[in-house]
Ligand binder design. Structure first.
Ligand code: IPE
Ligand code: IPE
Ligand code: MG
Length: 274
């Protein structure tokens, strides 16, 4: 199907639209974000899903209710991303610092993780979503780990959007783990320390093989990165909204994509990428 707007598109935009359509036959970015240049749609979006607790407190509800509402919004955002051709959505689900929260909240979040994996497995599979997990395994409850492992296994053949769940994730720990593994390889003689470069380092991170995020979105209004993807967000565009995660809508998200497409990404050069 050709869209009327394709008539006025340049070759880069047409090629990008072709790539999107090959990957997701049902995607229609031009219908959803009229006038968007398909080559300016982010390939990888990283999301800091913040504000669940405040969302609940504002309604006189326990914080865990906010987490439940937030989990429901994941499906909305996954569909919104796939519909415009985003290839990777990385969701900050539980940070290494979140263990310091009250025990009942931590336990509630881990139980929610298990329930999410079990209840969403079939839907994710039928929507062709490939799940990947980022973060340290050590320290995670066994049940949560096995639920995450079986979700990854169940969706391993999916070819649509990749959803990375960052659980027990901390950017500093991830960098430390990469440094340790490279140091061990150097000591054993498998590599020469002089061979270590940015590409080899990136391949030692849990995001190995993924493109760096183009866009980092934080809901909940705080302008900070909270130990998220410290290596990978070097050149990500950053957008913050005051809206709390459970209320973050497809409409606002598409508004951000439009703003992202209008930004000039220079990567240290003087001209914007074309
Ligand atoms: C983000 O929401 C979800 C997790 C950290 C698990 P919060 O729970 O941090 O919500 P606020 O920031 O307290 O409102
Ligand atoms: C970041 O939110 C972590 C997640 C969304 C999982 P936090 O609520 O933990 O971040 P801070 O404490 O406000 O920096
Ligand atoms: Mg928070």
């Amino acid at each position: 199907m050709t869209h009327p707007a394709t008539d006025s598109m340049g070759p880069a935009a047409e090629a990008a639209l072709g790539r999107i359509k090959d990957r997701y036959p049902k995607a229609d970015p031009l219908a959803l974000i009229p006038g968007i240049d398909p080559s300016k749609i982010p390939v990888h979006i990283a999301m800091i899903m913040d504000g669940n607790g405040r969302w609940a407190q504002e309604r006189g509800l326990p914080r865990i209710k906010g987490h439940h509402s937030g989990a429901k919004n994941v499906q909305v955002m996954l569909e919104a991303c796939a519909a415009i051709g985003v290839e990777v959505l990385t969701l900050y689900s539980f940070s290494t610092e979140n263990w310091s929260r009250p025990e009942d909240e931590v336990q509630g979040l881990m139980e929610m993780c298990v329930a999410y994996c079990e209840h969403q497995r079939e839907a994710l599979k039928s929507n062709n979503v490939k799940v990947r997990v980022l973060g340290r395994r050590e320290g995670m409850p066994k049940q949560a780990l096995s639920a995450l492992d079986s979700l990854v296994e169940a969706t391993s053949q999916c070819t649509g959007i990749t959803m990375c769940l960052a659980v027990n994730y901390g950017g500093r720990d991830e960098i430390v783990d990469a440094a340790r593994s490279l140091a061990a390889k150097a000591v054993s003689g498998e590599i020469d320390p002089d061979q270590i470069d940015a590409a080899m380092f990136a391949d030692s991170l849990t995001t190995k093989g993924l493109p760096d995020p183009d866009l980092l979105i934080r809901t909940g209004g705080d302008f900070r990165v909270s130990n998220y993807l410290l290596w990978q967000i070097s050149y990500a565009e950053i957008m913050v909204t005051d809206v709390q995660w459970p209320d973050f809508s497809q409409e606002e998200f598409y508004g951000m994509i439009r703003r992202f497409a209008a930004r000039s990404r220079r990567f240290g050069n003087i001209n914007s990428e074309s």
